[in-house]
Design a protein around this ligand. Sequence first.
Ligand SMILES: [Zn+2]
Length: 243
Amino acid sequence: MNQEVIPDNWDTQQHILVILAHPDDPEFFCGGTIARWIKAGHKVSYCLLTCGEKGTQDRSINTDTLCSIRQQEQRAAAAVLGVKSVKFLDHPDGYLVPDLILRKEITRVIRQAQPDVLVTCDPTNLYVRETYLNHPDHRAAGQATLDAVFPAARDHLNFVELWRDEQLEPHIVREVWISLPQDPNVIVDITAHWKLKLRALSEHVSQIGDREQLEERMRSRHTPDSSPENPRFEEKFKRLVLG
Ligand SMILES: [Zn+2]
């Protein structure tokens, strides 16, 4: 792994747009890094492609109810971290496909928000660990988002109606940070932001079950070179510098 020293010491305030599939993805994948960026004065906003309305084993709950619960949980978690805005595109959970409809919608969001930095996840990652099969929505979200960054958001003749009819100017995203990467090139030490990440995660009540168990499970993810008494935590990314 080609590890760089933290490359997020930007000189000016960055607008960082996080585009992922489900409520709780931002906090689970990169909540510590988001906290770190906001603390450093950067502006972060979210776009979630679904409301995660199928994420339950509870047979008594319907998808409409779970959708609104999860949207509220996501807004509360974002508020804990200091995220400026949360947008939902309302695609059906579990059925996300990186088609041209989704690519166009994400292109619209990118052109509206005009982020300096965009965060998504790795579309090539089929399994994150030996015990975790990656959700197909995560892969689809990563694929559609990367395809929207380039060339669709950049070149005005891609989805020309966005430029012609909606007056949305093309936009070049300067950096893309890909979370859950197969092949990371950036490791962010989030130890100082670990507690805030956990506090944000704990807002996703419908997903986490017992809070103490979650904390224990998350704590076990400390780096191999640290101890349970003095744990250190990291989040990894593939960082692409495009513009
Ligand atoms: Zn997810």
